[in-house]
Design a binder for this molecule. Structure first.
Ligand code: URA
Length: 211
């Protein structure tokens, strides 16, 4: 199956926001704000084609036709770095449910291991999987596999920065899943960081250090 085209945001405001996000001197409070602002652009792009159903709205003047989203939505942030993307999406999609998932990378196998997952029996019709950094792609691939096992028919991935290696791996594993990124960077370094990237997205949001 040929992979779905991926989407890179093409907007001057996003380029300016990204430049401030990448800057090593940007402090956590501003960093979180920038993550939220960029995610709003991603959310608008990723939901452009959602199905609507007609409703009647009563304005103070008359009745008119309005719309509401047709399908149930889950926003799925991957702990911990995805948390900062969940809130702005929740603001855009207040009727969605937020379903947190936690994965870490096993030191010896280097494979993602799920440590938190709490999903109800009935799957959402659309899942928006959010993780700011699409690096090797391992976490995104495992989370999307989890969404498929849950029974979600329409799954979309939203990230801020991607590495070509992670993008290719995700497209190969889940070719039907659309991928939305604010930028596609050059490469991964030997430590698995995106270059030029922005460093550790979790640490930069939450004022922690990995060392
Ligand atoms: N995760 C991060 O937080 N940053 C990277 O560059 C790669 C993975």
């Amino acid at each position: 199956m040929r992979p779905m085209a991926y989407h890179i945001l093409d907007h001057p405001l996003v380029r300016c926001l990204l430049s401030r996000l990448r800057n090593r001197d940007t402090q956590p409070s501003e960093f979180r704000l920038l993550v939220a602002q960029i995610t709003t652009f991603l959310g608008i792009e990723a939901t452009k084609d959602l199905a609507l159903q007609a409703i009647t709205v009563h304005t103070p003047i008359s009745a008119t036709q309005g719309h509401q989203l047709k399908n149930s939505i889950a926003i799925v942030p991957v702990l911990r770095a995805g948390l900062g993307m969940a809130e702005p999406l929740f603001d855009l999609l207040p009727q969605a449910a937020v379903r947190h998932v936690g994965l870490f990378r096993d030191e010896s196998s280097l494979l993602p291991v799920t440590y938190y997952q709490k999903l109800p029996r009935t799957p959402a019709e659309l899942a928006l999987v959010v993780d700011p950094m699409l690096a090797t792609g391992g976490t995104a691939i495992a989370t999307i596999t989890m969404m498929k096992e849950w029974g979600v028919a329409d799954i979309r991935f939203l990230g801020i920065l991607g590495a070509p290696e992670g993008l290719a791996a995700l497209q190969q594993a889940h070719p039907e899943v659309p991928i939305f990124l604010a930028a596609l960077d050059e490469k991964l370094n030997e430590l698995g960081y995106i270059v030029p990237g922005l460093g550790d997205a979790g640490d930069r949001q939450y004022h922690t250090t990995s060392a």
